[in-house]
Ligand binder design. Structure first.
Ligand SMILES: [Zn+2]
Length: 304
């Protein structure tokens, strides 16, 4: 059964995907995707959906998980009565990831990347979460567990498979991905997807982004391919190696000048540009692309 705010689908044996039908997104491909990985005694919740406009009266993510029947879960709520504990992981601090945190019990472990702790400081969170930009109140939360690159978590029973943490800065400094070796599933947040523009904020860093894509490619190849990529929006069941490889190649062509911008404009006084090809597109302030070119040694400069 659907709720006005969320719909849940089975992703694989141990994981569900929840789509948030956010009032803040312009198309369904932009809707945030939330993933729930089930362990015997615990649910790892990957992102918690969007911060809300004050007049949004839809049920919360937690209410959905604990009370709304889901057809793909034999007609039962995903965590009826909150029987299993939660661990929340933020793939990054943007407003459409951190919105549901405060509704979970205060004792819930909240994980974030250890790579950019200062980026999550309360004083700058309204800007870094983009809440200020989209004019919604900034959710308050405090990460309680900073995840290191290469770490495995959570601590689970011997017969269960923990997740591998992969720091993937670029979209933001605190972006992280998670790999589930048991299900061969790669959760990447907003690092990459298709069907809607991959958008970089002013804090985007394309040098770091290219390194992160290289890291994901190495991981997927080590797994002898066959891994599935689950994005924070846009896609949830595509071949990871193919999409990461394609996105990396396209970004390289954008940076070396062989891809042409498909749209240009100004957003809140900042010059922005979009590059697109098929289902894949990048949208960012021009300066983010220029800084990436300089850092990576590409000579190309976009023409006015
Ligand atoms: Zn984001």
């Amino acid at each position: 059964m659907a709720s006005p705010a969320f719909s849940a689908y089975r992703l694989n044996h141990s994981t569900f995907r929840i789509t948030e039908n956010s009032l803040l997104t312009k198309s369904s491909a932009e809707n945030p995707q939330i993933y729930l990985k089930f362990y015997d005694a615990l649910i790892v919740v990957i992102d918690t959906g969007s911060a809300r406009k004050p007049d949004d009266k839809n049920i919360t993510l937690r209410q959905f998980i604990e009370t709304v029947p889901v057809a793909a879960n034999d007609g039962k709520p995903l965590n009826e009565g909150g029987r299993r504990e939660y661990t929340l992981v933020m793939t990054h601090c943007h407003f459409d990831r951190i919105g549901g945190i405060s509704d979970f019990p205060a004792s819930t472990v909240v994980c974030a990347s250890s790579a950019a702790r200062s980026f999550l400081a309360p004083a700058t969170l309204p800007a870094h979460s983009l809440c200020e930009l989209v004019a919604i109140p900034t959710p308050t939360y405090t990460p309680t567990l900073f995840l290191e690159d290469g770490e495995t978590f959570p601590h689970v029973a011997d017969h269960e498979t923990p997740l591998l943490v992969v720091h993937t800065p670029g979209h933001t400094p605190d972006s992280l991905s998670l790999y589930d070796p048991g299900e061969r599933n790669l959760f990447v947040g907003d690092t990459l997807y298709e069907n809607t523009a991959m958008t970089f904020p002013m804090q985007g860093n394309l040098q770091a982004y290219m390194s992160s894509l290289d890291k994901l490619l190495a991981l997927v190849h080590k797994e002898r391919d066959g891994a599935t990529l689950a994005g924070g929006r846009g896609v949830w069941d595509v071949d990871a190696g193919s999409l990461v490889g394609y996105v990396r190649g396209f970004m390289e062509r954008v940076l070396n000048g062989s891809a042409v911008g498909v749209g240009k404009g100004e957003s809140r006084g900042i010059k922005v540009i979009e590059y697109g090809e098929g289902k894949v597109s990048f949208f960012a302030p021009e300066r983010v692309f220029e800084d990436g070119r300089k850092a990576l040694g590409f000579a190309y400069t976009s023409k006015p």
